[in-house]
Design a binder for this molecule. Sequence first.
Ligand code: ARG
Length: 482
Amino acid sequence: MSKLWGGRFTCGTDKAVDDFNSSIRFDQRLYRHDIMGSVAHAEMLGKTGVIALEDSKAICKALKEVLDDIDAGKVEFRIDAEDIHMNVETLLIEKIGAAGKRLHTGRSRNDQVALDIRMYLKDEIIEIMTDLKRLLGVILSVAEKHSDTILPGYTHLQRAQPITLSHHVMAYYQMFKRDCERLADCYDRTNIMPLGSGALAGTTYPLDRDYVAKRLGFEGVTQNSLDGVSDRDFAAEFLFCTSMIMMHLSRFSEEMVLWSSLEFAFVEMDDAYSTGSSIMPQKKNPDVAELVRGKTGRVYGDLMGLLTVMKGLPLAYNKDMQEDKESAFDAIDTVKMCLPVFTDMLATCTFRKENMYKAATRGFTNATDFADYLVKHGVPFRQAHEITGKLVLECLGKGVAIEELELSELRDICSQCLTEDQSAEALIGEDVYEEISLMKCVSGRTLTGGPAPETVLASVAKEKAALDAVNVPEKLTDTFVF
Ligand code: ARG
């Protein structure tokens, strides 16, 4: 087949160059968006009188037929037609001849591909936001159920202070909520229409850029033709957003892996979300969580790949930029695979409340509260810290928890660190046991953002209402009328 751009060439391209240059293998997934973009462009060419109205109508009708043919699996894309844009144009010309050859008036593949990726990413952002919303909903239902499920909170992976499972999972809620907001921001910056930038220098045809933007659901048009064809910031930003989602999924996954070990035994994955070993009959492995953690690396790679492709490119379009698509597609596929499977794994797992509670009773997770108890009775915090540290040391020697000491023992040990004007009897009363009970340690922390059940449940209720009110935009592929 002769090339759509073959005029100035004296021979065809080498077969190896066709293979090397062609992007149809991977950019064919843009076909629907490419065709919608072409329909809007053709309508506009007809309305502005740049081409005859009958030609415009014939083009739009035939483009819809091309779309139906592709949908029906009747089309075999051609490597020698290079990319999705020229494949569609070739199919169009095959259908209607001369009129089809008028479609590319005032347009370049450079602004066309910029348009297609923006349209495609917008729809994918909506799908990912929808997946995120479902995950957020599942986190809220776990949080609602476990507002008084106590477990140790950790720092340095050492037991630190008691918290609740609700509080723990709501930390992830905040992360994924920000991820959703980040995607919404990215959507806004992607939502700008580049057609009319031409190859790089705009065009002399009186195109109606605003019409095309409106027809395709864009908020506005790009403001510089060089930037319009060279900008891939929105794609890099999208890859950052997906990397961040993966990072959060990966941290959550890491905890699920740890928690499902016998050492923790905080969680039991549903059998449907676990796998076995080909040699060890007893094994039940958290493969889903591990794979999500592992796949995070490829999405980071996608981000680094695109940033590196772009870093040395002079203005405006360069063929290097064809490499943007595989990164974006890979990140989309990966995130869209990970989010639902992780969500279902979380929705079906069983939390071992007793083991969580037991773990919180060991490791002196109430030591800070013991120090705070002394502070409330007038001891300076630094001294209270010292006293409690000594107490922990004694307890370690005896193999007991603070609350397992008799009041007299408690007072004796503490009095070693008191000044002459302080008395252990005055400072430490019978109420200390209640004050350092795990539930009290948790329920006393009622500041905004704290783990007290009432505080967390209030936050869950607030977030639930906000989540219901989140309006994810509609996909262009669902709303576009041909
Ligand atoms: N397939 C190309 C890409 O993805 C389309 C733009 C090609 N433009 C050009 N002047 N060769 O970037």
